[in-house]
Write a protein that binds this ligand. Structure first.
Ligand SMILES: *Cc1c(COP(=O)(O)O)cnc(C)c1O
Length: 503
């Protein structure tokens, strides 16, 4: 049992504050100085501890329960990675130190670049972008500079399938491109005829993820690459679904020219709540000169070399006037995220394909359990995949449409998602991709056991057999009940009642 501490409580402080820094009185203009001390919370130490412990128990994360949030790859975050990221040789150094003093971290960056290039079939990698979305922007900018350098600035369109994540069209339009959306075929996959109709001399690139957000592998991806390349466009791989294929195939082999990796998805760097992410990109050789710098480089001394060059790693910077698009972040972006992902990758090594095997197995197993309940429940369920997504096999994630149950008794996808919170689960991804009506998108990841998946399927069935009243008014057990999203968006309160007081 825990209570959230009332900030207006009794006097006393649960912490000791540093001595105030004395500043010459004229450095801060009179009008900017506080006239009264701020109303900081006052509490004894145990009260303060209870406050934060209470808050920690009111949240939900991968450490508290199953988190089947489709497309987000919410996998276990091994603790050993935290230990490694906090080692003094990594944690207590500064980017402006001499390269010779930070050889350890530079070697990690270098290895990570190499490993990402190898597993994706690319030639060069930058670790700089701090999110998948920023990786998309960075890579599309490289593609843009590539076209410009070939005298092809007239290419102003980027093709995106309708099942794409919203960041794809957003990144393309941030680079100034027009987005051409192409519909999916009736089986949910890429429509090759629609692609042929969309490409032309104005095509700059196509952005696509494989497997798609429906969890379907795009079997005709090589043909799609050929069509786009023949029109002079470039192929961009949205790597958010890389967890499904790693070690089995790679975007390079499928014909892609550029890719982003979500280290906070595929490579276990913790994410959620807007925490630090990392979205490195990899490119084929013809795009490498446009990458942001610095990148970590390695040099080996050559016998008989009189220049005094030693073995080691160093930051390679593009010279002014070279073709790099410039920086999108400082140095190597979120260095700690890169280190955690590197540690994760090193633990798997060449066994990395096991990860995608189990991710795909878990997804198919869970989908099968949900879609094939015992006959009693089956009569009540009326949930089924959207038309077109009825493939026998899916990849690392799958979608369900709640349309039938909505027609039957008014229970929507959102209601089921909210009710799952009462059962101790994070909700699946809701209403995405938009082409599936009343969509729930489920991604179990490789880290869940058969027991967890069985229990989830059973609870899912239980919800669909419940009194619709209970489901449509859920959640009932969470600290915050169902929120009014329209009100929250229209009447946003951004002032803190205590710390933002008048003085
Ligand atoms: C998560 C995701 C992205 C964007 O990645 P962020 O790291 O969240 O910016 C892009 N595409 C797909 C399919 C995703 O799931």
């Amino acid at each position: 049992m825990s209570t959230v501490f009332d900030f207006r409580g009794a006097p006393g402080t649960g912490w000791s504050q540093p001595e105030p820094i004395s500043t010459p009185s004229d450095t801060i203009p009179e009008r900017l100085r506080r006239r009264h001390l701020p109303h900081w919370p006052r509490a004894s130490e145990p009260e303060l501890v209870r406050h934060y412990t209470g808050l920690s128990q009111k949240t939900f994360g991968i450490d508290t329960g199953f988190y089947p949030l489709g497309s987000c790859t919410m996998k276990h975050n091994p603790r050993v990675n935290e230990r490694i990221a906090l080692m003094p040789g990594i944690d207590r150094i500064h980017p402006l130190q001499e390269d010779s003093q930070v050889q350890g971290l530079l070697s990690i960056f270098y290895e990570m670049q190499e490993m990402l290039a190898i597993c994706s079939g690319m030639d060069a990698v930058t670790l700089q972008p701090v999110a998948g979305a920023q990786g998309e922007f960075t890579a599309i900018r490289c593609i843009q500079e590539y076209h410009r350098s070939n005298g092809e600035s007239h290419r102003d369109k980027v093709i995106v399938p309708d099942s794409a994540h919203g960041t794809n069209p957003a990144s393309a339009s941030m680079c100034g491109y027009q987005v051409v959306e192409i519909p999916s075929a009736s089986d949910g996959r890429l429509d090759i005829e629609a692609l042929k109709a969309a490409v032309g001399p104005d095509t700059a690139a196509m952005m696509i993820t494989n497997p798609s957000t429906l969890g379907l592998f795009e079997t005709n991806i090589v043909e799609a690459s050929r069509i786009v390349h023949e029109a002079g466009g470039q192929m961009y791989y949205d790597g958010a679904n890389f967890n499904a294929i790693i070690g089995k195939t790679d975007p390079g082999r499928m014909g892609f020219d550029a890719v982003h990796y979500n280290l906070h998805k595929t490579f276990s760097q913790p994410h959620g709540g807007g925490g630090p992410g990392s979205g490195p990109i990899g490119v084929k050789g013809h795009l490498s000169q446009f990458l942001p710098t610095p990148v970590a480089s390695r040099r080996e001394s050559v016998e008989g070399d009189s220049t005094g060059v030693e073995d080691g790693y160093w930051y390679f910077w593009a010279d002014v006037g070279e073709r790099s698009i410039g920086k999108v972040q400082q140095w190597n972006g979120n260095a700690g995220a890169v280190v955690r992902a590197w540690a994760f990758y090193r633990r798997y090594g060449r066994e990395l394909e096991r990860m995608s095997e189990y991710a795909v197995l878990n997804s198919n197993y869970l989908r099968n359990r949900i879609m094939n309940p015992n006959p009693d429940v089956a009569a009540k369920i009326h949930c089924m995949p959207a038309e077109g997504a009825q493939a026998d096999l899916v990849m690392h994630e799958f979608t369900l449409s709640m349309s039938p149950v909505k027609e039957l008794n008014g229970v929507t996808g959102k209601d089921v998602a909210k009710r799952l919170l009462d059962y101790g689960y994070m909700s699946p991804t809701l209403y995405f991709p938009q082409i599936v009506p009343e969509c729930l998108m489920i991604e179990p990841t490789e880290t869940e056991s058969k027991e967890v998946l069985d229990k989830f399927a059973a609870d899912f069935h239980a919800i669909l057999s419940e009194d619709p009243e209970i489901v449509t008014s859920a959640p009932h057990t969470t600290p915050v009940k169902r929120v009014d999203e329209v009100w929250a968006a229209r009447k946003l309160i951004l002032r803190h009642p205590i710390t933002d007081s008048e003085d």
